[in-house]
Each structure stands twice: as structure tokens, then as C-alpha cells.
Design a binder for this molecule. Structure first.
Ligand code: ATP
Length: 243
């Protein structure tokens, strides 16, 4: 099977800050791939470069064989991006928001209805979808946004901290949706997280990012074995020399 994402020697310079420092990795089609690493490591910058939201200073990104710089318009048609801090329109109800967003992707009323119903299912918000988004808790908003990101069955979903700041139950729900929905519909996922348990549960492969570089990459079990560690946190600490 071909590659969903191939990032090669990505460099992103913001003034004096080298956010990405020759970072390379690939994601196979159908994989859930996780980037983990400390604050400021370069995770969001990587996700944004792959989602065509920023231009790399140098290096290349291909998404399903399309160049993320020269074919950005084509890439945008097959991906969806969930930013870490995103909001829905506060004065629209959940339904109205989903409908508004779905209209960008659909050609006729029946397609629109299908996508919105799909999104409603994913969100699990049931009757609360009738209420304005400003009345939602943080967890409910995130569920709405995750539904928005997945409802079109993108070839690649790029999810920045999908369950960040959520309580145990909302986080559990969101992770469950990502895991089942994605596998059922053949969506490839690139996500970032600070939560090592989340990453271990969700991801087929993970990459540890530190100072703009991938310092280690592989399946969680293999990494734990290789670094004789109980969990990914310990792997990371050993790799970056804290342990
Ligand atoms: P966190 O876990 O805190 O979200 P991260 O791994 O996602 O961190 P990035 O947001 O990618 O890290 O940031 C990487 C580096 O790039 C940081 O030093 C950050 O300050 C810098 N950076 C990111 N975006 C910009 C920008 N627009 N302008 C200037 N510097 C930036």
C-alpha cells in the first residue's frame, strides 16, 4: 500500500526560532500515527505544514502523492484539520454548524443530509445538537468539532490534541470515535498529543518529537521493548536523556 504522508527533511524557521529541524517521517495508508513530545517541540508546526496552512522553509511534504506546497488546493480536498484550539460558531446550534460546514463538501440535499446525520452520530450529542454551541461544555464542543473533522470521511484527518482538556468520559468518547470510525472508514489519521496513554491506545505507530526533530519512531510495544521501558513516557525520558 502507498504512503498517506511523506515528510522529508522539513525545516520551518520562524525568525530565529527553528521550529522544525530536518524532520522526516511517513504514514502508511489507514494508519493512526501519533506525534508526541514536549511543549514547543514542533508538533503543531508539523501538522500545519502537512495541512498546507504554513509553508515549510525547506524540505517537502507529500499527502497521498500530492505535493503540499505546489498542489495545496488538491491536498485540501482530501484532508481535514482539527486545530488544538478551535471553536464552533457560538450562536449557531450544533446542527446549524454541522450543516454550514457540510455545505462546503456536498453537491446536493441528499448528500448533505447524509453527512449531517453521520456527523450527528459521531458527535453523540443527540438532542443537544438543537442548542446553541455557546451553551456547550468544552467536551461537547470538542465532540462537535471532531464530528466536523470526520464527517466527510477525509483520506487524511489531522487532529491536533483531539482530546486535550477533556474530562475522562469525554476524552474516552472522543478516543473511541477516532479509533473505531477511522478503522471502519479507512481514514488515515495524524494526531498530536501530550497524553502518552492516549497515544499508546490509539496509535499504530508513534514518533517522539524533540526540538524540531523526530528522535525515535515505531510501534509502542517495540519502543517499550527496545528501551526496556514500562511506558512511552519512560521511553521518551530515556531517549532525550532525562532518565
Ligand atoms: P505544544 O505542545 O506546546 O502545543 P508544539 O510541539 O505543538 O507545542 P509548536 O507549536 O509547533 O510546538 O512550536 C514549535 C516552536 O515554534 C516553538 O518554539 C514556538 O514558539 C515556535 N512557533 C510556532 N508557531 C510560531 C509562529 N507563528 N511564530 C513564531 N514562532 C512560532
Amino acid at each position: 500500500m502507498g504512503l498517506a504522508v511523506e515528510a522529508k527533511d522539513l525545516v520551518k524557521q520562524f525568525g530565529n526560532i527553528r521550529a522544525l529541524d530536518e524532520l522526516s517521517f511517513h504514514i502508511k495508508q489507514g494508519e493512526i500515527f501519533g506525534l508526541i513530545g514536549p511543549n514547543g517541540a514542533g508538533k503543531t508546526t508539523t501538522l500545519r505544514a502537512i495541512s498546507t496552512l504554513i509553508l515549510p522553509t525547506s524540505g517537502s511534504v507529500e499527502v497521498f502523492g500530492l505535493d503540499a506546497v505546489n498542489q495545496a488546493g488538491e491536498v485540501r480536498k482530501i484532508i481535514s484539520y482539527l486545530p488544538e484550539e478551535a471553536g464552533a460558531y457560538p450562536n449557531l446550534s450544533g446542527w446549524e454548524y454541522l450543516k454550514f460546514m457540510a455545505k462546503f463538501y456536498t453537491k446536493n440535499a441528499s448528500e448533505l443530509e447524509k453527512i449531517i446525520n453521520e456527523a450527528a452520530q459521531i458527535s453523540g450529542l443527540a438532542d443537544r445538537l438543537k442548542d446553541k454551541a455557546k451553551t456547550y461544555s468544552k467536551g461537547m464542543k470538542r465532540r462537535l468539532l471532531v464530528a466536523r473533522a470526520l464527517m466527510t470521511k477525509p483520506k487524511l484527518a489531522v487532529l491536533d490534541e483531539p482530546a486535550s482538556g477533556l474530562d475522562v468520559l469525554h476524552a474516552y468518547y472522543v478516543r473511541g470515535i477516532i479509533k473505531t470510525y477511522v478503522k471502519e472508514h479507512g481514514v488515515t489519521v495524524l494526531l498530536s498529543s501530550h497524553n502518552m496513554l492516549e497515544v499508546e491506545y490509539l496509535c499504530d505507530r508513534v514518533a517522539l518529537v524533540n526540538k524540531g526533530k523526530i528522535v525515535v519512531e515505531g510501534k509502542s510495544d517495540e519502543l517499550k521493548q527496545k528501551y526496556e521501558s514500562q511506558n512511552l513516557e519512560e521511553v521518551f525520558a530515556k531517549v532525550v536523556g532525562y532518565a
